[in-house]
Design a protein around this ligand. Structure first.
Ligand SMILES: C[C@H](N)C(=O)N[C@H](CCC(=O)O)C(=O)O
Ligand SMILES: [Mg+2]
Length: 355
């Protein structure tokens, strides 16, 4: 099965409500889709999310990277040489991880189709269903409490509460949400780099003292402040999860070696796809660090690829794949089903879409 062409398309999906973090506000998903064509007629599909504030990528940079670097480096190659293809994608240009991820997942889609099996089984097949959290955007406390209650009513039992935009009122936000949803709902907090290390320790200790029972705090400080991550991890009881600080297997190794986190969030848009994501999961597993699978603002296309990867791994014990649940409609049919908090893998070959 040889690669004959790669074409791009627009992926647009309106959001149910604006998505707000300490880093950005988004009203509609505007991503780049990828089709990889082969000489057998099989087509692989992928998606890249331009998240300039995290990966540095825009729609234009993704289009340029795929058209002028990634495509020429793998055209004509056989899908069975998957390790060689992945090496070419990784080394044909620096960074540009979302552009790489879109092509990586389309190649994996084809690889699994080649063996007529669902991707999660080709990758290891550890489980066939996942439970995702849902994001509560950062807003004023009253709105966040209402959004949390609505999410619980929709069937979500794990909330990922965004903070970090207004550190002085973050404790109040989380305490009020806990009061409203009760003790049977799991609360994760994501500061998206919004706190200083000392602020983070103070806020997390206040949450601990208030009995908020927070499962984890994600990326409390600036992504490049590894010593700051280490300081927060050492001075709080709550588990600290590294997100924007970990793109590559090397980043993961460094944070683990200096104990700058308790947990790692793997996102295909940061790793450059499934091939590198597997390495992070395995490095973390060997060091007793559990991983979350996360997503950017992505639709069912790339979130399904992430779900296949997560279902294949024992060490992925937390799931933040709420992209499709935040969208008004999906751009594709088939593949895993996303129904309230449940993601159930399908048995169709590849990622599972009808293309
Ligand atoms: C959508 C997902 N639940 C999420 O919150 N991801 C963010 C980054 C998303 C973005 O800005 O596109 C995260 O985990 O930091
Ligand atoms: Mg995060």
């Amino acid at each position: 099965m040889k690669i004959t062409d790669i074409k791009l398309f627009e992926v647009e999906a309106p959001l149910i409500t604006p998505f707000k973090t300490a880093l950005r506000t988004v009203h509609q998903i505007n991503n780049i889709g990828v089709y990889v064509y082969t000489d057998t007629g099989q087509v692989g599909i992928g998606e890249a999310a331009p998240t300039a504030v995290i990966t540095g990528e825009t729609k234009e940079s993704i289009t340029h990277a795929i058209t002028n670097f990634i495509k020429p480096s793998i055209l004509g190659m056989d899908i069975e040489e998957i390790a060689l293809i992945m090496d070419r994608i990784d080394t044909c240009l620096y960074k540009n991880t979302s552009a790489k991820a879109a092509v990586d997942m389309a190649i994996y889609d084809l690889f699994a189709k080649r063996y007529n099996a669902p991707l999660y089984k080709v990758l290891g097949g550890y489980k066939n269903e996942l439970i995702t959290d849902i994001t509560i955007s950062v807003n004023d406390t009253v709105e966040m409490v209402q959004d949390s209650l609505d999410a619980v009513k929709r069937g979500f039992k794990i909330l990922k509460v965004k903070v970090g935009k207004d550190p002085e009122t973050d404790v109040q936000r989380v305490v009020e949400i806990r009061k409203a949803v009760g003790s049977n709902v799991t609360i994760r907090v994501d500061a998206n780099q919004g706190w200083s290390p000392k602020q983070a320790v103070r806020i997390i200790r206040e949450l601990e003292d208030a009995g908020s029972n927070i499962e984890l705090v994600e990326q409390p400080v600036h992504y490049s402040d590894i010593e700051g991550m280490q300081y927060v991890t050492m001075h709080t009881q709550t588990n600290i999860l590294a997100d924007e600080s970990v793109f590559s297997p090397k980043d993961a190794l460094k944070l683990i070696q200096i104990r700058a986190c308790d947990l790692i969030n793997i996102k295909l848009m940061k790793t450059g796809g499934i091939y590198q994501a597997q390495k992070i999961s395995h490095i973390a597993e060997a060091n007793g660090i559990e991983c979350m699978i996360g997503c950017m603002l992505e639709t069912k296309i790339s979130v399904s690829a992430a779900a296949h990867f997560a279902a294949s791994q024992k060490n992925i014990t937390m799931v933040d794949l709420d992209g499709p649940s935040l969208c008004l409609k999906d751009p594709v049919t088939g593949g895993p089903t996303f129904e309230n908090q449940w993601i159930k893998m399908s048995e169709e070959p590849g990622i599972g879409f009808s293309i």
